[in-house]
Design a protein. Structure first.
Ligand code: FPP
Length: 287
């Protein structure tokens, strides 16, 4: 993209969500952490529907990272069984609702019963045109780039590609889903401000939005707020501002410390708990 010709900001095409805070949400209700994951599955359904209504064409959810194997065995087993149950119970609904399911990650390393359900659901929903729901499972952004490099190196070694011809398009074509559009917006729930190895390549120019609300309490309203905030952002993709041809000056936006407020991790968390150290973030008033 050159000069001042970057497109006006419209609805994001591809939104990724780092679904965080399941355990904290459950603990704050006095329930075992695993209940947070179970309630989190309902938020997946809700948020997919909300995303489709907002005209988002792809939603990618970070369901299980390459690093999540380090969690207690009981939790990993629970999550794997939850994925199976979700895929089985949602398959027909996804198909009826025009949702196409995809998955990215080192899928072959997942338990066979998860791979089987993923494959069935991907096949059954292949004609969905309303929205693509992509689950990142056993996924790591750095691992994806490593895998792409390995595949390009193997092709170069066997003479199928000239090393000089390897460019960004060639790397992209070697990713888990070569047709995946670049991420426009990354949302993280649970209050942290990290990318945590999520779609590292695809998020190069993504806007980032974080909410203190934990994933099980996420849904249409917060997704709408994130999209509204996204539409107010100016995306320059490394170019200059269109009006002056100059980089934007740093301006005093008039915000004062008193304009900021502390948002609790979960909407129903009592104000008495709002000072607790985990998950509480300071957000701009009226955000
Ligand atoms: C992070 O919360 C969440 C996960 C590691 C798992 C994400 C899984 C779900 C939302 C379950 C449903 C998903 C599908 C696709 C059916 P955490 O446990 O790290 O929360 P904490 O930071 O409060 O401990």
């Amino acid at each position: 993209m050159t000069g001042s010709s970057y497109p006006p900001v419209s609805a994001p095409r591809h939104v990724g969500i780092i679904m965080d805070g399941n355990g904290r949400w459950a603990e704050r209700q006095g329930k075992p952490r695993l209940i947070g994951h179970r309630v989190g599955a309902a938020a997946v359904r809700r948020t997919t529907e909300a995303a489709a209504k907002l005209g988002i064409s792809q939603l990618t959810l970070f369901a299980f990272s390459s690093e999540n194997w380090r969690r207690p065995e009981e939790e990993v087993d629970f999550l794997m069984r939850l994925f199976r149950r979700f895929l089985r119970s949602e398959r027909d609904r996804l198909r009826r609702d025009g949702v196409r399911l995809l998955a990215v990650g080192r899928l072959a390393e997942l338990p066979a019963f998860v791979v089987r359900e993923l494959e069935h659901t991907i096949e059954a929903t292949g004609n969905g045109e309303r929205i693509t729901l992509c689950l990142a499972v056993n996924y790591g952004g750095r691992q994806e780039i490593v895998d792409a490099c390995r595949s390009l190196a193997a092709r170069a070694a066997s003479g199928r590609i000239d090393p000089e011809a390897i460019d960004a398009d060639a790397v992209e074509a070697s990713m888990y889903q070569p047709d995946m559009p670049p991420l426009d917006l990354v949302i993280r729930t649970g209050g942290e401000m990290r990318l945590s190895n999520f779609l590292v390549w695809q998020s190069a120019y993504a806007e980032f939005w974080s909410t203190a609300t934990c994933w099980p309490a996420f849904g249409e309203e917060l997704l709408g707020r994130a999209v509204a905030e996204f539409r107010r952002r100016e995306r320059r993709f490394g170019a200059l501002t269109p009006s002056t041809g100059e980089p934007q000056p740093i301006v005093d936006c008039g915000l004062r410390i008193s304009d900021w407020r502390v948002e609790p991790c979960c909407p129903h968390q009592s104000s008495r708990d709002a000072h607790k150290p985990f998950g509480d973030v300071i957000v701009q008033g009226g955000d």
